[in-house]
Design a protein around this ligand. Structure first.
Ligand SMILES: *[C@@H]1O[C@H](CO)[C@@H](O)[C@H](O)[C@H]1NC(C)=O
Ligand SMILES: *[C@@H]1O[C@H](CO)[C@@H](O)[C@H](O)[C@H]1NC(C)=O
Ligand SMILES: *[C@@H]1O[C@H](CO)[C@@H](O)[C@H](O)[C@H]1NC(C)=O
Ligand SMILES: *[C@@H]1O[C@H](CO)[C@@H](O)[C@H](O)[C@H]1NC(C)=O
Ligand SMILES: *[C@@H]1O[C@H](CO)[C@@H](O)[C@H](O)[C@H]1NC(C)=O
Length: 385
């Protein structure tokens, strides 16, 4: 404004002293007002913040720090991103022939085959079954499971061979174009609801139920992340989650075509890595899907396990533990719980939101000992009726 004004007015040869001092006073006043204004503005912003918040939490950093220059992607990353973008933009195609693939990862026979048979019966055409038996081939008690075995390989707990077995199951199931949702189950899993409930729950949402959270402790990023995963996987991308997932076809496509991130976990997430123990089956899928489609995963698993004893394995239920009350209690849980493994043991509880509505979290539960079969069968009509 002032420059423009000056151009319009003929410039005087000299200015009287009184006008000059007036101008100085006006300038100083304007500058002071500006400084006070800016200070008050900051105070106003800070009123929404408390001492535990970082500057970026209060919305201050954004304006004050120039954004970090984006890292140049490697060719492999660029290729991966192009594929990921294309796959995620595809519309999910559901029809009355869409099926759920039930994929059992087991060392040997499935003790609850007959229970699953009760669950499946009457819904032919809406499910398919795949069994990866890593130790000995299962002798099937149910005709529904006959011919469901896929070509399997050995699985050593905590190693990449576990992830390889999951990918093998996915690759088999993916070949049937009617399979739209894929559920990974163990030999100790049981269904908590009837088939119709499970089918609707999984099919009528665009979300994969993959457990995922950030654990800064020794059993998470603190002890298991390796700097070797850089530059593609940064420390703050590293996530943890239970192995038992249920997943949309699009996400399965991404996993089957991923070698970049998979190779990082194969090489650098394993027992005795960098002085710590990393278990790829607890980190690869949560980290990968968090990186490529964070809002496409629920961040919890629909398979319940009770870790409240904080041991290496969740609580297991024998024959005498199996009551309708136990299963009813598990069915009524509608909050997810995550606990960090550091000394703070920070507990995060969140409602299980399904298409924007709070719902019970779990469709399946583990671990049940084979001896619980009889009691479970007794409850089956109550559970699935
Ligand atoms: C599925 O839907 C098609 C029409 O879209 C129909 O012709 C067919 O009979 C249906 N199949 C079943 C099993 O309901
Ligand atoms: C899932 O995605 C499709 C395509 O984007 C959309 O039409 C549909 O409404 C979505 N379903 C839900 C339950 O959000
Ligand atoms: C899962 O967590 C991520 C943040 O890590 C969030 O962006 C995403 O919305 C969450 N998923 C759902 C379905 O709420
Ligand atoms: C199962 O029942 C036994 C005997 O009553 C009990 O000692 C055990 O704690 C129970 N286990 C669980 C997981 O509830
Ligand atoms: C479960 O089995 C035990 C014996 O193994 C029996 O005492 C108990 O009543 C059974 N519970 C149910 C619900 O059938």
């Amino acid at each position: 404004m002032r420059n423009g004004y000056r151009q319009l007015m003929p410039k005087p040869r000299y200015r009287p002293a009184s006008i000059r001092s007036m101008r100085i006073i006006v300038s100083v006043t304007l500058i002071s007002m500006f400084i006070i204004g800016a200070y008050l503005y900051r105070l106003r912003l800070y009123r929404n913040c408390d001492s535990t918040m970082t500057l970026s939490d209060c919305g201050l950093m954004k304006d004050w720090v120039p954004p970090a220059k984006a890292r140049k992607l490697t060719d492999n990353e660029l290729n991966a991103r192009a594929i990921i973008k294309e796959v995620l933009s595809a519309q999910p195609s559901l029809s009355n022939t869409s099926k759920i693939a039930f994929m059992f990862l087991t060392p040997g026979p499935l003790p609850f085959e007959k229970l699953w048979e009760q669950f499946f019966t009457g819904h032919e055409g809406l499910f398919s079954i795949y069994v990866h038996a890593s130790k000995r081939n299962a002798v099937h008690k149910s005709p529904l499971f006959v011919n469901s075995d896929i070509h399997s390989d050995k699985v050593a707990w905590g190693t990449i061979s576990m992830v390889n077995a999951e990918r093998r199951l996915l690759a088999n199931a993916f070949q049937d174009p009617d399979n739209q949702h894929f559920v990974l189950l163990s030999d100790s899993c049981i269904p908590l609801h009837n088939f119709d409930y499970v089918y609707k729950y999984l099919m009528e949402t665009n979300i994969s139920f993959v457990d995922c959270f950030e654990d800064p402790g020794p059993h998470g990023t603190g002890g298991r992340y390796s700097e070797h995963m850089m530059p593609e996987i940064e420390k703050n991308d590293f996530r943890k989650g239970a192995q038992w997932f249920s997943m949309k076809r699009q996400h399965v496509f991404l996993i089957l075509s991923d070698y970049l991130y998979y190779t990082k976990f194969k090489r650098y997430c394993k027992p005795y890595m960098d002085g710590g123990n990393c278990y790829a089956d607890e980190h690869y899928l949560p980290t990968f899907l968090h990186m490529v489609d964070p809002t496409g995963i629920a961040n919890w698993s629909v398979t319940h396990a009770d870790w409240s004893e904080a041991k290496w394995h969740p609580k297991a239920y024998g024959a005498q533990n199996v009551t309708f009350e136990l299963l009813q209690n598990i069915r009524s849980i509608d909050m997810t719980t995550h606990i960090t493994s550091d000394d703070e043991k920070v507990v995060t509880r969140e409602p299980c939101m399904w298409n924007g509505v709070k719902k019970p979290c779990f469709l399946f539960a583990r671990k049940f000992y084979p001896e619980a079969f009889k009691n479970l069968t007794r409850l089956a009509s109550q559970l699935y009726g």
